[in-house]
Design a protein around this ligand. Structure first.
Ligand SMILES: *[C@@H]1O[C@H](CO)[C@@H](O)[C@H](O)[C@H]1NC(C)=O
Ligand SMILES: *[C@@H]1O[C@H](CO)[C@@H](O)[C@H](O)[C@H]1NC(C)=O
Ligand SMILES: *[C@@H]1O[C@H](CO)[C@@H](O)[C@H](O)[C@H]1NC(C)=O
Ligand SMILES: *[C@@H]1O[C@H](CO)[C@@H](O)[C@H](O)[C@H]1NC(C)=O
Ligand SMILES: *[C@@H]1O[C@H](CO)[C@@H](O)[C@H](O)[C@H]1NC(C)=O
Length: 581
């Protein structure tokens, strides 16, 4: 069993009387920015999403401080209230939900008001203190343009929506100082804190020293006085550039259930995720946490550009939280999905950035990687359902799946491969899946594959996004077959101004023993694809000019290999519009 070291003594000392003092010491601030809810976008908006979270207007990036409190989910997010592009003046937008699908907007929760955040309120996390009291640690840009960490708490704990937040009078609490020798422009994004058995809270901050990424550890016994630990929780052994948005949490062995961030025990492994500012992608490692030495020891370290990723497409600055809404026990992942259009187009459409559908995340049975799956609640939006009977798709064929809103859909497909003879041998020098996917895109005929889906496709296939598999023979006796998953955006739009990078991932699945499945969540300008029941995820942003809206967008299944492929299941649903802000 996982155990949690919540001390009763601690519980009473801080929250018997302590919390009142803490809140009284907060400096009250008043709203001086526009209410987000007043905004609306106008004109032709074929790329706005119907069930992916976005504000009514303007720029959004990182998800901040996601949490559950008293049955209400909170999502804060980096928001520029003044433009559809990023600005250092970003603030914390705030929305709440009871189902993670439909969202109600609130006034911004945190915006510049103190010396310690007057030049911007950047990313951070919530920690639920014993007694159920949430607090936020976030990065402020101070009067000297230094990055510092500040504390905020709800003004009124009786307000179920926690609409107003007050800041601690003595902010900042964590600073880049002469002792820790951190450059003040590389000190940001505090994680959710965890409580050790010694009664101390721990938090990690993203940083770098001499181009080497750092997850700096700070400790505190009262959440107010923080001291830097002698060593970082983990650091890079070579140039990686800045690490942003570190996330550190336990996962259970052989269970998909989530546990509290402060839990520990013999059946627990740890995940460290960092966002490489250079690439920009979210990488994670699974390993062991030594709470006495306060260090993380990865199973297959160190971090590198080829480390495991949450998502092999567009997905960045993600953050998890523990959801124990009765009867659930799960860890949920939020991630920012950037645009792939030009800044000029973003300004024209008046907005930029969406959040991926929240995903349950857990340790795979193998213990070697994480698995992700869209939260169950998203299925409440499923409407008209289309089912295809079993069929064999011969090489070179394209089959339309009609009768649904193809610009707004959820598609699940399973493939059956009965003969592997025609699988090509993978060139041993081809080690980068993204490069293989772009060299062998959907139009390049193969042996076993490409087979998969053509989504957001125009009727004459002038435009489509191809999400597909190829199966290769491995080049040594340990790897019999290599499964490659691709999301090919090359023909996604006739507009040439978009970033159409093709994405790819190797999928750790044995196609002989296991059925190969694919699920794609399609929502006007985003395609989120989950391969092999969530072992590999690829998210793409696309902007078709012909295949827009439900009248013009089509969905096809295709096989451009020479070998026949069986389709054992195809279920597709039109998705209803969620109520989002
Ligand atoms: C706190 O919130 C509760 C519930 O919304 C409300 O009834 C109460 O008036 C609020 N208190 C203050 C001081 O605003
Ligand atoms: C900190 O980093 C910034 C940006 O790279 C650089 O311009 C500055 O010189 C650095 N400051 C110090 C004290 O090294
Ligand atoms: C966001 O997308 C734009 C346009 O494709 C790109 O230039 C930029 O690097 C991206 N940033 C991140 C953090 O993904
Ligand atoms: C299948 O391959 C043919 C020949 O290479 C190509 O013309 C066609 O566009 C391909 N289909 C897809 C969906 O890419
Ligand atoms: C994208 O497609 C065009 C033709 O439409 C082709 O010339 C180009 O090589 C393709 N690029 C990639 C990376 O596949």
């Amino acid at each position: 069993m996982a155990v949690s070291c919540i001390w009763l003594m601690f519980f009473f000392s801080l929250f018997g009387h302590g919390v009142l003092e803490l809140v009284e010491a907060f400096h009250h601030v008043y709203l001086n920015v526009h209410q987000t809810a007043q905004y609306s976008t106008s004109g032709n908006q074929p790329y706005r999403t119907s069930y992916h979270f976005q504000p009514p207007k303007n720029w959004m990036n990182d998800p901040n401080g996601p949490m559950l409190r008293l049955g209400i989910y909170h999502l804060f997010y980096q928001y520029n209230p003044k433009a559809a592009v990023w600005g250092s003046n970003v603030i914390w937008g705030h929305s709440t939900s009871t189902d993670l699908v439909n969202w109600t907007p609130h006034d911004p929760a945190i915006y510049p008001s103190q010396q310690s955040d007057i030049n911007g309120c950047w990313s951070g996390s919530t920690t639920i203190l014993p007694g159920g009291h949430p607090v936020i640690l976030y990065t402020g840009i101070d009067t000297e343009n230094r990055q510092v960490q500040n504390l905020a708490a709800p003004k009124n704990f009786s307000d179920p929506f926690l609409r107003e937040w007050v800041k601690f009078k003595h902010n900042p609490l964590l600073t880049p100082n002469s002792k820790n020798k951190i450059n003040a422009t590389y000190f940001r994004d505090p994680s959710t804190a965890w409580l050790g058995c010694d009664g101390n809270w721990r938090v990690i901050i993203g940083s770098q020293k001499k181009e080497r990424g750092l997850a700096i550890l700070f400790k505190s016994n009262d959440f107010v006085h923080w001291e830097e630990a002698e060593k970082p929780l983990y650091s890079a052994n070579k140039d990686t550039g800045m690490w942003e948005c570190p996330d550190f949490y336990p996962v259970l062995i052989k269970s998909a259930l989530g546990i509290d961030t402060s839990s520990n025990g013999p059946d627990v492994r740890y995940v460290l995720k960092v966002s490489f500012f250079r690439t920009p992608h979210d990488y994670y490692m699974i390993g062991t946490y030594n709470p006495d030495k306060d260090i993380f020891i990865p199973d297959n370290g160190p971090f590198k550009d080829s480390s495991l990723r949450y998502d092999y497409g567009k997905f960045y600055a993600s953050k998890t939280f523990f959801d124990n809404k009765y009867p659930l026990h799960r860890r949920i992942l939020w991630g920012w999905v950037n645009e792939s259009s030009s800044a000029i187009d973003d300004i024209k459409k008046g907005w930029s950035g969406v959040q991926a559908i929240p995903r349950s995340i857990w340790l795979d049975k193998s213990g070697k990687q994480l698995v992700q799956w869209p939260i169950k609640e998203i299925e409440t939006l499923r409407g008209t359902q289309i089912e295809l009977p079993y069929q064999v798709l011969s090489g070179g064929s394209v089959l339309e799946v009609s009768g649904l809103t193809a610009a707004q859909a959820d598609v699940v497909i399973s493939f059956e491969i009965s003969d592997f003879i025609k699988a090509e041998v993978l060139d041993p020098s081809w080690t980068n899946p993204q490069v293989i996917c772009s060299r062998k895109d959907a139009s390049v005929k193969g042996g076993l594959g490409p087979f998969g889906l053509l989504v957001l496709a125009s009727e004459g296939l002038q435009e489509y996004t191809a999400v597909f598999y190829r199966i290769f023979k491995g080049h040594n006796k340990y790897v019999k077959y290599v499964v490659l998953m691709c999301s090919d955006q090359n023909r996604s739009s006739l507009n040439q101004d978009n970033d159409k990078t093709t994405y790819g991932a190797f999928v750790d699945v044995d196609p002989v023993q296991e059925k190969l499945s694919l699920r794609s969540l399609i929502d006007h300008s985003i395609v989120e694809s989950f391969g092999a029941e969530g072992k590999a995820c690829i998210t793409a942003r696309v902007y078709p000019t012909l295949a827009i809206n439900d009248a013009e967008a089509h969905l096809y299944v295709f096989n451009n290999g020479t070998e026949n492929i069986g389709i054992t299941r195809l279920s597709a649903w039109s998705m209803k519009k969620a109520q989002i802000n």
